[in-house]
Design a protein around this ligand. Structure first.
Ligand SMILES: [Zn+2]
Length: 330
């Protein structure tokens, strides 16, 4: 996928303090507090200094203006964690210098818009916060908001912003149109078990290769780095999944249900896939692929007849090497 930057940016001053291209798709948001009611220009000056060795992807000034310092495609130096900064878009927000390190109304409003914009462009359908540190750090139960204090002996993002993370998620999700705005808590695992979301099992065949092992949900991905895929098989723990694939330079092959067959033709690389559920109300299938040319995934696609995602995962004419499928509540 191609990374983009927010069009909401008012001030751009790219910092030399970053690690180059990120090694993980963007799936997390990390909000920080500056500890100072500064402007986006002042923050840009700080990050322009190589000796500071610090940066963030974006900053929000006290007046609500937005700065871009490290392009989204690159890994910023912000959260004292390489793995976090590789997958997160980091945002510094101007704040008071004393606890609770509050931010202005203007900055807060801009932050909500910026986060929603980042989620939309990167295929994050819903923001999930957890007050449980373990859930945050291990991205459990869908948690995709992390905080600096988990990785370093710091109070960042400060009491004011930390206490509002659930509210931030709810406000962003409203802009994203995410159906369920309930925030996660420490017992979210129980809720999920009670919901009994069906499991999906799937495997792929690499062109000129063999069938790879089954993958359950998003425990892993199906595929091998840089090995184009030619066939797919999938089934659910309950209910049915239908899917079909498109051959590069060819056409859509017939729909296949569960493992009655496989979708694809041996030796013919595929570029796009469509999926839908049947016999299962209240759930949807989401799937995404990563093209063989890039480590990053294209956005998640839900179902196959949705209008917003063009209804298929993939890019016509471009082989993909990784597939992920998950079942979600409607
Ligand atoms: Zn921080």
């Amino acid at each position: 996928m191609t990374y983009t930057n927010s069009s909401l940016v008012n001030h751009k001053r790219l910092s030399p303090n970053h690690s180059g291209l990120r090694n993980h798709v963007i799936d997390t948001i990390t909000i920080h507090c500056v500890v100072g009611q500064c402007s986006v220009e002042a923050l840009g000056s700080l990050f322009a200094d190589p000796d500071r060795g610090a940066s963030s992807n974006y900053g929000v000034g006290y007046d609500g203006r937005i700065g871009l310092y490290v392009e989204e495609k690159n890994r910023s130096w912000c959260s004292s964690s390489s793995s976090n900064d590789n997958r997160a878009v980091t945002i510094e927000v101007a704040s008071d210098m004393t606890e609770p390190l509050a931010v202005t109304d203007a900055a807060y409003k801009s932050l909500i818009k910026l986060v929603a914009d980042i989620c939309k462009r990167n295929g994050i359908k819903k923001l999930v916060w957890s007050t449980n540190r373990n859930e945050r750090m291990n991205h459990l139960n869908g948690c995709n908001m992390t905080v600096h204090r988990d990785y370093a002996n710091k109070s960042c993002p400060g009491t004011w912003l930390y206490d509002r993370h659930g509210q931030i998620a709810a406000e962003v999700n409203k802009l994203l149109g995410a159906a369920d705005q309930k925030q996660n808590s420490g017992n979210a695992a129980k809720v999920q078990q009670g919901g009994k979301v069906p499991d999906v099992y799937y495997q792929v065949h690499t062109a000129g290769g063999k069938w790879l092992p089954n993958v359950k949900n998003v425990d892993d991905f199906a595929g091998l780095e840089n090995k184009p895929i030619d066939c797919i098989k999938a089934n659910l723990s309950t209910g049915h999944i239908r899917y079909r694939v498109h051959i590069i330079g060819g056409k859509w092959l017939p729909w296949v249900t569960d493992r009655e067959d496989y979708a694809g033709l041996y030796g013919q690389q595929i570029d796009c896939v469509q999926m839908e559920l049947s016999g299962l109300s209240g759930y949807d299938v989401e799937y995404r692929v990563s093209t063989a040319k890039s480590a990053a995934y294209l956005p998640w696609v839900r179902g196959w007849n949705s209008t917003n995602d063009e209804g298929y995962a993939g890019i016509y004419g471009v082989a993909f090497d990784k597939l992920q499928i998950r079942i979600v509540k409607k």
